[in-house]
Each structure stands twice: as structure tokens, then as C-alpha cells.
Design a protein around this ligand. Structure first.
Ligand code: E4P
Length: 215
């Protein structure tokens, strides 16, 4: 299972890279907007230089021609740019064009298995179902992941299931049990995964005993 960091923040990315846990990065316009005094393309270029894996950069055009134009510009930034397109008819059309040109595409804002099928058929490298936002409206986001993984396993599609809108470590565990290809998570969730009170207590105990022993 690959771990992507869901952030446009360079410190987050750096810390995840130092931990050896960043197989890629996902950004979106809201995450970019949190970073002040940056240029969008420059920020993507910097992140692309920090990780070897895919870095998702989202278009802001909503029409087919605009998406293709922006997607081509983003793809020029670095070889590991993945163009992020919304799951709309224009987005699916643009996905096919960019994928045929050899550009990785992440089809985002997926909320149903039917949409996920369309993303795969459009040649997306990644499909991003948003589990947290589905949970937020009283449905079960992980059931959608299980459904998509099951459907994709029936075919030879190369599209990877990228679990997005991850809010806590349990989302990561459930995605791993289902066998999702990728989970993208805020750095905070990665930290929550390694922190455990018994690990801290265990270290304190070992250090206290070691000190007492005089060894
Ligand atoms: C995925 O690529 C998105 O950037 C992200 O996971 C959305 O998460 P949110 O629902 O917490 O905004």
C-alpha cells in the first residue's frame, strides 16, 4: 500500500519524506490556498523535487478545453506531476486526452462506484473516492472503497484506488484491510499512526531501568 501526503505544505512533505513514508503527494485548490506567498506552479515544482512519486496538481478550469490546457501546462512542470481532474463529463473527456498523451491523471471528487468505473474507463492512473466526506453525510465511506476494489479486480484496468479525505488512522487500517492501492493522508494522521501511549511508557521504563543499573 502506498502512502501519499495530502498537503501543499513543504514542512509536512519534508517531515513525511524524512520518515520514509511519502510515496507521493496530493494537493487541491483548498490546500494550496492555505499556503501564503507562493506561486502555484513553483510550489508544485518544489514538491515534485522532494518526492520521487506522483504529485497531484489540480486544474481550476471546469470546461474541457480549459482543463486540457491547464493539464498540459501542469504536466510540463515535472515528470512526476499527476494532473487532478474532477469527475465531470468534461473532466472525463480531458482525462482521456491527457492519459493518451502519457500524463498521469488523478480523477478526484469520486463519491460512487459508478463514477469510479467511468474514471477507469477514461484511463485515469488514480481514482480518488473521498471517504471522510461520505462519512460526514452519514454514509459509510469505506463501503465504497470495498465496492470499487471489488469491481476493479474483475478487470485489467490499471487505475489505482486512492483513498482520499482520510481523517484518522482507522481509515488507513480499513483501507489496508480492503487492499486499496494508495491512501493519501494529512501529516497529522501519519503522526497519529506511530504515536502510542504504551510505546512512550515502555521507552520511559527502559530508560529509567538503564539509568538505575549503572551499566
Ligand atoms: C484528495 O486528494 C483531497 O485532496 C483530500 O483528501 C480531500 O480531503 P478533505 O475532505 O479532508 O478536504
Amino acid at each position: 500500500m502506498k502512502f501519499f501526503i495530502d498537503s501543499a505544505n513543504l514542512d509536512d512533505v519534508r517531515k513525511a519524506v524524512e520518515l520514509g513514508m511519502a510515496d507521493g503527494v496530493t494537493t487541491n485548490p483548498s490546500l494550496m490556498a492555505k499556503e501564503t506567498g507562493i506561486s502555484f506552479h513553483q510550489q508544485i515544482a518544489t514538491i515534485c523535487g522532494m518526492v520521487d512519486g506522483p504529485v497531484s496538481a489540480e486544474v481550476t478550469a471546469l470546461d474541457y478545453a480549459g482543463m486540457v490546457k491547464q493539464g498540459r501546462e501542469l504536466a510540463k512542470i515535472a515528470a512526476n506531476v499527476t494532473v487532478k481532474l474532477p469527475l465531470t463529463p468534461d473532466g472525463l473527456r480531458a482525462c482521456r486526452v491527457l492519459a493518451d498523451e502519457g500524463t498521469m491523471v488523478n480523477v478526484t471528487l469520486c463519491f460512487s462506484a459508478a463514477q469510479a468505473i467511468l474514471g477507469a474507463k477514461a484511463g485515469a492512473s488514480f481514482i480518488s473516492p473521498f471517504v471522510g466526506r461520505i462519512d460526514d453525510v452519514g454514509e459509510h465511506g469505506m463501503s465504497l472503497i470495498a465496492e470499487i476494489v471489488e469491481i476493479y479486480s474483475n478487470y485489467d484496468w490499471d487505475t489505482e484506488v486512492l483513498v482520499a479525505s482520510v481523517r484518522h488512522p482507522t481509515h488507513v487500517l480499513e483501507a489496508a484491510r480492503i487492499g486499496a492501492d494508495v491512501v493519501t493522508m494529512p501529516f497529522k494522521v501519519l503522526e497519529q499512526m506511530y504515536k502510542h501511549p504504551l510505546t512512550t511508557i515502555g521507552i520511559d521504563q527502559f530508560m529509567a531501568d538503564w539509568k538505575k543499573s549503572g551499566l
